[in-house]
Ligand binder design. Sequence first.
Ligand SMILES: [Zn+2]
Length: 275
Amino acid sequence: MLNIDEFKIYLINDLLGVKRDPDIVYPNVSDSDWENYKSFAQNEDGTIQSTWRGYLLETLNEKILIDTGMGPGPYEHTKEGGQLINNLNNLSVSPEDINYVYITHTHGDHIGWNINWDSGKPVLTFPNAEYLISKFDFDFYSNNPNEDFLKQILPLKELGALRLIEGREKIVDKVFSLPANGHTPGHQCLVIEINESEKLIFTGDLFHNEAQIFENYWCPIFDWNTTMSTISRVGLLKSAEENNWLICTGHLSDSKAIGRIVSNNNKIAWEPIQI
Ligand SMILES: [Zn+2]
């Protein structure tokens, strides 16, 4: 747990993702481009792997769940089921306790626990929560729906739990949405403005792999618009480095999930903090 002023932040893991071939995920990045990063950004067998997770952000009065992971599953490739609810329960937090579900973007690995379909009908997994979704994502995927959207996002509207976010909006005191479009049309980060200069940002899928902290122009095949995603990534990571902001990453392994970009003699490094 990370405690800053009145905020408490917990990693809430759901599942360890499937091992992937970096040549398929980053088709424009060559083996030699990877050379400097292999030792820490790839598995020993040369694959890359994401952790699928959410975060719990507690204020004095509210509980905000940021992304809901891959869902109950079992996931098709690993045959394992998601652990997000169990991991909340381990903190003595029940789904009923969540006040807001903030979705960084509507890809399947970030929305999987939104809705429970056990009864054959859509039921809110977090019955007392307002679900905060970017309007750009909602509009785009309403016109271009996929199964994840139809099952985990669209029912939020008829269940009366949907709030569409446009640009920067206040969520609770000192906590704001922060548009960072490109990975999806409405991809958004979440920022805690701790004080005048200090910020903490939940970056969602602004980047997937640790190497992209150094190589901001690398884009995974999952980016919807690589020009937009690159502009978002370059801009936000530069600001984070210059201002020493804390970053809660969407997909890095637990021991590296939260950290800062630091620079020494014009060389940057990812400096994780242990929580
Ligand atoms: Zn993702």
